[in-house]
Every structure is written in C-alpha cells, then in structure tokens.
Design a protein around this ligand. Sequence first.
Ligand code: SF4
Ligand code: SF4
Length: 172
Amino acid sequence: MSVFEDISAIFKGYWTTFSQMLEKPVTIQYPEQRREVRPRFRGRHVLKRYDNGLERCIGCALCAAACPSQAIFVEAAENTDEERYSPGERYARVYEINMSRCIFCGYCADACPTQAIVLEHDYELAFTDRRQMIFTKEMLLDPVPPGGQPTPQRTPGGVDLPAVPQAVVKRP
Ligand code: SF4
Ligand code: SF4
C-alpha cells in the first residue's frame, strides 16, 4: 500500500466520524420518552372481557396446551346462573402466566377460541423477585368496560349462554 493510499484511508475514517456528527441522535431518553412499538409487537398478556363485563376466558386450557414453554396454568370451574364469570359452562378459576418462561411467541393467543388472551404493547417487565414474574388472573384481567358489570354476574335462569356468544339459546 502506498503512502497516498494510507493518507486517503485516514481521511476516509475521519469523514465517517464527522459525517455521523451531523446526524440527529438516535438515543431515546427512556423513561421520559417512549418509542411507539410496531402494531404487531407482542408484549405483556391481557385477559379480555366482553362489553357486558363477562370474561372471555372459558377455562378450556387450549392456550396452555399450545404454549411451547409451559408458562400457562389454567384451572377451570363451573359457572352457575347465580355466579357467572363467562358465557358457557366453565370459566378460569385460576389463570397464571409465568413470565420468566414466556418467549412471547403468541401461540397462546392464536390457540384461544374466544380471543380472551391477547399480547398487547406493554414491554415494561422488570422484576426484582421471581415471585413477581407469576402473573395471576387478577393481574391479567382487563378492567370492566363502561356500562358493563363486574364478575361474577347473576344471569337469568333458563337461558344458555354459548361459550362464544353469537346467540342466546332459550331452554324449552
Ligand atoms: S406467548 Fe408463547 S411462551 Fe408466552 S405464554 Fe403464550 S404461548 Fe407461552
Ligand atoms: S385464554 Fe382462551 S385458550 Fe386459554 S383457557 Fe381461556 S379461553 Fe381457553
């Protein structure tokens, strides 16, 4: 390599450095500034409700079966007309996600027949204790929407509420 090429390489290096000094900084002053995530970003899970406040989750455990990390634990119980949490026969009495296992693949949301479990945009998942990484149903459940009722609800007897409530079937 000639002396000329050496000098040219040095100036090329300087130019790279100086050209970057003219660029706008890319640093985000988190947490004061937050960057919008992409629409399909998969963050912390949420358990959804219907507009009337009933829980979408019917305790079927398909999400737990689909989870490759075995991060979900579901224990179902029976609904009654006096104490109804969700449409259909059963609801999730216990629903837990171990966030230390979760790989945010979204398979649970894909497997859910009622679109109850959804991965939303919250990515602030920092913990100081492993026990804090177990998200319970109470932590995951969406608030009751305006005009809805909290669960459990009292529902009229003699009416079957399908698990996926497109229609209400009257018993004869
Ligand atoms: S996102 Fe994936 S790893 Fe996490 S709970 Fe759902 S299925 Fe399991
Ligand atoms: S979240 Fe969906 S798939 Fe999981 S138990 Fe509830 S209804 Fe079934």
